[in-house]
Structure formats: structure tokens, C-alpha cells
Write a protein that binds this ligand. Structure first.
Ligand code: 3HC
Length: 721
């Protein structure tokens, strides 16, 4: 006979139901949007483990499941990281997590992790401590150890259990990249034992739990010494794996991020030892890393980017309208990318171009991109067909009326865009947002041609659209708040992080990029070698240096953008004529295989093109130290960012940090330009800018806001001081 014992709801985040010897442990923290391993949850889970340990209620097996749809456990509570004042604080938190999970793992009864939604960081570590893991095939189910992205290493046993379960190479790949796997890919990696549809999760998990209890099933264990892969147990093989991994980390990060290197050390040293000794190493590393400036900055990036995604910051309370169909006008590279990215998020797309060949080409590009991603996600054939069919090409405006959002991505020419806006408006009714993917034309100027200017908004994507995480949303003075909210919602729906800025030349991202690029060209003119400039900035943490960026963006595009910016900000963005000279010499960058650098037939950069110095008319004989190069280039960008906030182009320092990191690749471990000012100290930044102003003139004149902050001793993020 079934007995049902229900926990009195003392604290509500976890409760246990027991029926016929099976305990179902349900997590649902009412105070949080996702389940997190907070100090409170550790205590509650500890009490449940006490009861299970005591063999109370005849429990023979347990299932750990979440009642929050789409969220299993999102990891440790990152909010609590802000309370770590010393390495010892963080180390203690790590040990508390480890102790709980070791107790869970060593229970006499089997525990099945029934995972629907995110099992990340401490979430996955919890699953690893269970006897058996079942995940759903839902797109919301993601498994991974993303701790390095927060500047730390997994601190609840993950560095030790994962390599012992899935092998060294797979584990290192997951932990060094922080990549997230869906259920199927996690099963292929050996993390998950079974993948099931969400509606049957509890039923399957309950059956498996009882089978394990009855020894009809044998679980895979992650507790052995060493890797389960015999080859990986051989010392030379292992040395090779670690030395390659170290080399990869150094190439990618220039050693600027301490966490990945420390992670390798902890895994390598822990692997041959008893797992408890591995936990010791892990807790120590977690403690030391969690209080580093790098980790603090990366935690800032997590919270600011999440807030930018979740909060459009509109005081009117205007609501976003639902989007299930969009139309994209202009089937070029950008248009096709926008179409593919929208389709991937489940949105139906009409992709229009003037000529059938152009629309067909755009469709091909979009479908190729979608097919690649479908393959990576291991979608089934019918799912792929459904996905590809979401993009429909057209040369007419038919079907546009059913779209809630239009994105025009035609050539950057005002008269053409005006005509297209009017054609779109003739085809759609009130209530359809009219977004323009312009990178240079003021949105107010575009709205002049519109019969419904309040519906017009900028939605600036970055290339390649599928990869670049930022969308810059630009409002002009008359944009309606519901239009802003809807565009923000659309960007979020397609997986982008949006920032909302006010209309102004270059908006935000190109505005801060312009003086940086111009300064790099000036350095070339002064005779500094191109590789020296690029290396200085990659050493500072940018993914590529500014000269390489010229080649990537296209010198003709940079020339056009530079002119617009110099007209708007003549006092400090006068472009050097180097770019003009190179364009006149037929150098457009990567796209025509001829730029500052040389390119091989495969399109790969092969080295600096020495003939550039002849075109510039300077032999490149000047040597400047990295520090001077970095200071000039970084501070000119940071200063401009502060000006945009002061002028009201940016609505918040938060958006400024998110835009610079996700749009330009401003080093995440520096937290963005505003966080950088706070951490360096406004007075120090001011002093350095004044020194540069004295040497090089007005383009380094400090933003008045910086002077004020230095005087008043204020910060952009006082709450994080
Ligand atoms: N700690 C604290 N808050 C968290 C959190 C966490 N681990 N994960 C998410 N949140 C918060 C977000 O800040 C957001 O708050 P808000 O509503 O106030 O803006 C809210 O939960 C919802 O988050 P999202 O808007 O991001 O929701 P999504 O559904 O888009 O994404 C998610 C959910 C995939 C879980 C995503 O939030 C995420 O990636 N979270 C972080 C995961 C992570 O990095 N985990 C590792 C933590 S470190 C760790 O575990 C250390 C361990 O080894 C000891």
C-alpha cells in the first residue's frame, strides 16, 4: 500500500515526497527565478540527506528533480560571490558545496538526477554526484561547467568528478571553454546516461531509481582514480594532453586569465590522487581565484549582461509585443544572417530582395548557416526541414502584413532606405515595428521618410550575425516605448544581448571604436610597426588588434565610417589619411586579399605587407613600448565611452560595458570601460588623460564627467566598490 509523507513547508526551496520507498526531492526556490545553490539551499539539502542517511521512512531510492520549468540548477548563487572578502571565505563556500555533494554521492541509496533545464556549474556538479543522470531533449536543457567564464574553477567537485567520468580530453574541453551541451550532446560526451522527452522524465527517473535499488542496472562511476580512458592513464599521453591544453590557453588568452591555467593544474595534480585530495586542491584554487580582480570583473559582466537582456529600462512600463514572424528586406550577408538567427529562435521569416537571384542567394546563405547549426545540435531530419522551412524568400512585400517586426538591411544609402521604408509601410499596418539595420545613418533621418515615425527604430547587428552576441537598439526622439520594448524583446528572443542607445553619430559602439581606430592609424603614421600595435592590444586583452580589425572590417567601410565620425566630432576624430591612401592603392582588406596584412589563397593572414610602409610614406622605424601604445589606444576609447554617457547617448554605464565587451571585444576581464574606470580610479584615469592631452593635444581632453567624478570621489558602480 502506498504511503505518502509530505514535508511540512518550513523552508520552501526543497521538499521531499516519499511513496513506496521512492523519495522524490523537488527543488523550487520561490524567491528566485532559477534554482541556485545558495547557503540556504545547502542547509536544506543537508537536512534531507540527514534523513535519507538515517534510513528514515524506508526509502530505497531517490530522484532529484526541479519544479521550475526550464531550470534544474543554474549553479552556485553568484550573488553570494560578492560577499567573498578573502580567499578563505570563498574556500569555505567551496568546501560546503563539496561536503554536501560528497554526502549525496556516498548515500547508501541510488539517487537519479532528473534534469530538465539548465544544469550548469554547481548544478552539473550536483548531477555528477548522483548515481545516474537523465536529461530531457528540451532546448532549455543545457549542461556545462561555465565557471572559467566567471574567472573561477568549478568548486563543488567538478574538476575531479568530470575527468574521472568522461575522460580527460572531454572534461578539459568542457571546463576550459565553458561550453554548454544539450541533452543529446551531453549523452554523447558520456555525462548523461539517458535522454527522454520532458513529459516522461519523472516516470522514467522513478523507474530507473528503483531498478538501481534492485541492482537491475549498474551505474557508471566518476569516483575512480584517473581517467576512464586507458590511453589517458599513460603518463606520456597525459603530459601531452596537458601541454597542448596549456599551449591552447596561452594562445587564446595570453595568460591574462588566471582561471584556465589554475584549472589545468588542479586537474593534473588531482587526477592520480584520492578524490578527497583532489577536492582539497580544488577548494584552494576556487578560494584564491574567486577574489581576483579578473573574477570580480567577470561576475560584473554576468550581471550587467543579464540585466541588459532582461530589463529594457523603460520607465513608462510599455510592454513588448510578441514576435512570431519577421520580414527582412535585403538578402545580402547581413540580411541572410538576421533571417537565419531569427529562424533558429523559432520565428518565421520572409526574406526579400529585389531580384529573384538575390533572394535565392540570401536563402541559400541562411539555410547553409542553419544546416551547420542543426548538425552541431544533432537535430533529427524532420526538425532540420522544419527549421529550414521557416525562411521563405520573396521579391514582393506579400505576407509582410503578418510580421510584427520588419528589419531592413539594404545598402547604406539614405535615399534607398527612404524608398524601402515607404514601400514597407504601404504593405504593413499600424503596429508593425520598422527596424533599420543601419550602422551609420541617423535613425531620425530615416524616420523622416516614414508615415509612422514612432514605429521606426535602429536595430544594429554586428557581423557575422550568427556569432556576434550584441544588438544595439537605437531610438530617435519620437520612437514609441512599445516599439523599443518589442525590439528589445525580439533581440532577446533570438538570443542576443541588447543595449538601447539614443540616436547620435556612430551610436555607441562605432562611436567609441572610431577614435581608437584613428589613433592606431596615427601610430602607423608616426612610424610604429603594424604588428607592434596589434600585439600591444592583444596583450591588453582584445581578441584582435586595431590594424587587423581594419582588414577585417574592410578599409573602404572604415574610410566611410571614419569620415562620418570626423564630420560629427571634428575636434578629436580627424582621420589620418593613411586609410585613404591604402584604399586608393586598391587595398580593401581581407575581402580582396590585400590590406595592411597579406593573405594566402585560403584567406588566412600570412604576415604584414611591408609595401604598406611605402604607401604610407614612413619606414616604420619607431619603437614604442607596449605600455605607451596600450595607454593611448585604450584610454582614448574609455574616455569616449564616458562622453557618450555624459551626453545621454548611453542610458547607463551598465549598457556601456556590455556594448564594448560584446560589440568590440573589450577585454571581459577588465569588465568594460566603465568598470575599468572604477577599478583604476577616476582620478588616475583623469591624470593619465591629462598627461596624454599635454603631449598629443585635444583629442585626449578628459571627459568633463571624469573630472567631476575625480573631484567628488564617485564611481559608476558604487554598489560594487
Ligand atoms: N546565481 C545567481 N543568479 C542567477 C544565476 C546564478 N547562478 N543564474 C541565473 N541567475 C539569475 C539571473 O541573474 C537573472 O536574474 P534577474 O531576473 O534578476 O535578471 C535570473 O536568474 C534569470 O536568469 P536569465 O535571465 O539568464 O535566464 P535564462 O533563462 O535566459 O538563462 C541560465 C538561465 C542559462 C541558467 C543563465 O542564467 C545562466 O547561464 N546562469 C549562470 C550559470 C552559471 O554561470 N553557473 C555557474 C555558477 S558558478 C558555480 O556554480 C560555482 C560552483 O562550481 C561552486
Amino acid at each position: 500500500m502506498a504511503t505518502m509523507l509530505e514535508e511540512p513547508a518550513t523552508r520552501a526551496a526543497v521538499h521531499m515526497e516519499i511513496e513506496d520507498g521512492l523519495a522524490v526531492i523537488r527543488m523550487n526556490d520561490p524567491a528566485r527565478p532559477v534554482n541556485v545553490i545558495s547557503a540556504g539551499l545547502i542547509e536544506e539539502m543537508g537536512e534531507i540527506i540527514d534523513r535519507l542517511d538515517a534510513g528514515e521512512d524506508g526509502v530505497r531510492a531517490a530522484v532529484l528533480i526541479s519544479d521550475k520549468r526550464g531550470s534544474w540548477i543554474a549553479g552556485a548563487d553568484i550573488e553570494e560571490f560578492k560577499n567573498f572578502n578573502t580567499p578563505a571565505d570563498a574556500e569555505a563556500a567551496s568546501r560546503a558545496g563539496q561536503t554536501l555533494l560528497t554526502r549525496l554521492e556516498r548515500l547508501r541509496i541510488p539517487v537519479v538526477a532528473a534534469i530538465d533545464g539548465a544544469a550548469l556549474g554547481g548544478g552539473l556538479e550536483t548531477a555528477l554526484a548522483c548515481t545516474y543522470r537523465i536529461a530531457t531533449d528540451s532546448p532549455k536543457t543545457k549542461l556545462g561547467l561555465p565557471e572559467v567564464n566567471l574567472g573561477i574553477v568549478p568548486g563543488a567537485g567538478g574538476t575531479q568528478r568530470l575527468p574521472r567520468l568522461v575522460g580527460l580530453r572531454t572534461a578539459l574541453d568542457l571546463m576550459l571553454t565553458g561550453k554548454q551541451l544539450d541533452g543529446r550532446r551531453a549523452m554523447k560526451a558520456g555525462i548523461i546516461d539517458e535522454v527522454v522527452p520532458a513529459p516522461v522524465l519523472l516516470a522514467v527517473a522513478s523507474r530507473v531509481a528503483m531498478e538501481l535499488a534492485d541492482r537491475k542496472k549498474t551505474p557508471k562511476s566518476g569516483r575512480s582514480t584517473g581517467s576512464p580512458d586507458r590511453l589517458e592513464r599513460l603518463a606520456p599521453m597525459r603530459r601531452l594532453i596537458f601541454s597542448k591544453a596549456r599551449q591552447g590557453v596561452m594562445e587564446k588568452t595570453h595568460g591574462l586569465y588566471p582561471a584556465p591555467l589554475r584549472l589545468l593544474q588542479v586537474v593534473e595534480r588531482g587526477l592520480d590522487k584520492h578524490i578527497d585530495q583532489g577536492f582539497e586542491l580544488e577548494a584552494k584554487a576556487f578560494g584564491e581565484l574567486a577574489v581576483t580582480p579578473e573574477a570580480r570583473s567577470l561576475v560584473h559582466v554576468f550581471f550587467t549582461s543579464t540585466a541588459a537582456k532582461n530589463d529594457p529600462g523603460l520607465t513608462s512600463g510599455a510592454k513588448a509585443r510578441d514576435i512570431d514572424q519577421v520580414a527582412v528586406v535585403g538578402a545580402g550577408f547581413m540580411g541572410a544572417g538576421i533571417a537565419a538567427t531569427s529562424a533558429e529562435a523559432g520565428i518565421r521569416v520572409r526574406l526579400k530582395d529585389v531580384k529573384p537571384e538575390a533572394a535565392a542567394k540570401g536563402l541559400r546563405t541562411a539555410r547553409e548557416s542553419l544546416s551547420k547549426r542543426a548538425k552541431r545540435k544533432r537535430l533529427r531530419k524532420f526538425e532540420v526541414t522544419k527549421l529550414l522551412d521557416r525562411v521563405q524568400p520573396t521579391t514582393e512585400y506579400t505576407g509582410f502584413h503578418a510580421s510584427q517586426m520588419i528589419v531592413e538591411a539594404v545598402f547604406e544609402e539614405v535615399s534607398l532606405k527612404h524608398r524601402v521604408i515607404q514601400e514597407i509601410e504601404a504593405a504593413v499596418g499600424e503596429g508593425t515595428v520598422l527596424g533599420s539595420n543601419t550602422s551609420t545613418i541617423p535613425i531620425a533621418k530615416l524616420a523622416e521618410a516614414s508615415a509612422r515615425p514612432d514605429h521606426v527604430i535602429g536595430v544594429h547587428f554586428f557581423s557575422p550575425v550568427e556569432k556576434m552576441p550584441l544588438v544595439e537598439i537605437i531610438t530617435h526622439a519620437g520612437t514609441a516605448d512599445w516599439v523599443t520594448a518589442t525590439t528589445h524583446g525580439y533581440a532577446k528572443k533570438i538570443g542576443k544581448t541588447p543595449i538601447i542607445v539614443n540616436d547620435s553619430p556612430g551610436f555607441y559602439v562605432n562611436r567609441i571604436l572610431a577614435p581608437y581606430m584613428a589613433e592606431a592609424a596615427l601610430l602607423l603614421q608616426e612610424g610604429v610597426r603594424m604588428e607592434a600595435i596589434d600585439e600591444a592590444m592583444t596583450e591588453w586583452g582584445f581578441p584582435v588588434g586595431p590594424i587587423t580589425l581594419y582588414d577585417e572590417v574592410g578599409l573602404d567601410v572604415a574610410q566611410k565610417a571614419g569620415k562620418i565620425m570626423s564630420e560629427a566630432f571634428a575636434d578629436r576624430m580627424k582621420p589620418s589619411d593613411i586609410v585613404d591612401r591604402l584604399v586608393a592603392d586598391g587595398r580593401l582588406g581581407r575581402k580582396n586579399g590585400k590590406g595592411f596584412y597579406r593573405f594566402g589563397d585560403d584567406g588566412k593572414k600570412t604576415g604584414p605587407d611591408e609595401s604598406v610602409y611605402g604607401v604610407i610614406g614612413n619606414p616604420a622605424a619607431r619603437e614604442l613600448g607596449d605600455e605607451e601604445l596600450q595607454e593611448r589606444l585604450a584610454l582614448i576609447m574609455v574616455n569616449e565611452a564616458v562622453r557618450t554617457l555624459e551626453e545621454g547617448v548611453l542610458r547607463s554605464a551598465r549598457d556601456g560595458d556590455v556594448g564594448a565587451i560584446f560589440g568590440i571585444g573589450f577585454p571581459p576581464f577588465r569588465g568594460g570601460p566603465f568598470w575599468f574606470v572604477d577599478r583604476t580610479g577616476p582620478a588616475r584615469v583623469l591624470e593619465r588623460l591629462r598627461a596624454l592631452e599635454q603631449r598629443f593635444g585635444a583629442r585626449f581632453a578628459p571627459a568633463p564627467l571624469l573630472e567631476k567624478m575625480a573631484r567628488d570621489k564617485t564611481l559608476f558602480f558604487p554598489e560594487d566598490a
